[in-house]
Design a protein around this ligand. Structure first.
Ligand code: E4P
Length: 217
């Protein structure tokens, strides 16, 4: 499973790169706004750091506008993926951008039928938002199971990005299902490393190490 960070924060990206577990980045207007920094400045820094796919979102409502924005975003780097919302106009834009070799990521997907449409439109990626479904008493992970099964049934090559991730078990369950990618907040990525028994175990081993005679280090 590939790990993406869902962030606009350059420091978080640097830390994940340092850990050696970062495969890509997803952003959206909310995440960029949270940085409080100018769009181009943030995006250029991210693109300089990250070799893998970096999703940047369009904001137009019509296909023409999305295609225009998508082309401008794609010029910023070879690894730019244009994020397009799941609407009929969006799917027109996906077909046009993909036909010109610009990869797209269909965002704001909340149902298997929407994911199937994105796959039929030829999107490179689709992003089902599981946390927002859980927030409304739904079952976000069921959506991932359904989408993965549908894509397998028809050998649809669109990669599934599990999005709107809230905690480590979302990542683990998505991996068990076999989703291609999980995009997660930095805090969730950090938690993937953690277990209280690991900390306790290290403490005990270090204490006992002090009792070992002739320690080489
Ligand atoms: C995905 O690409 C989105 O940026 C993101 O996962 C949305 O998550 P949220 O529900 O935490 O805003």
């Amino acid at each position: 499973m590939q790990f993406f960070l869902d962030t606009g924060m350059v420091d978080e990206i640097k830390q994940a790169l340092d850990w050696g577990i970062l495969d890509g980045v997803t952003t959206n207007p909310t995440l960029i706004a949270k940085t409080g920094r100018p769009f181009m400045e943030v995006v250029e820094e991210i693109l300089k750091l990250v070799d893998g796919p970096v999703s940047l979102e369009t904001v137009s409502r019509d296909a023409k506008g999305m295609v225009e924005e998508g082309k401008r975003l794609a010029e910023l780097g070879d690894n730019v993926v244009v994020k397009i919302p799941m609407t009929p106009e969006g799917m027109k834009a996906v077909q046009e951008l993909e036909s010109e070799g610009i990869p797209t990521n269909v965002t704001l997907v909340f149902s298997p039928s929407q994911a199937l449409i994105a796959g039929k439109a030829g999107a490179s990626y689709v992003s089902p938002f599981i946390g927002r479904i859980d927030d409304t008493s739904g079952d976000g992970m069921k959506l991932i199971r359904d989408v993965v099964q549908i894509f397998n049934n028809y050998q649809i090559e669109t990669q599934v990005i599990v999005a709107s991730v809230r905690h480590p078990m979302h990542v683990v369950e998505a991996a068990l299902i076999g989703a291609d990618i999980c995009t997660m907040p930095f805090e969730v990525m950090k938690k993937l490393f953690q277990h209280p028994l690991t900390d306790k175990g290290i403490e005990l081993f270090l204490k006992d190490w002090e009792k070992v005679p002739g320690r080489p280090f």
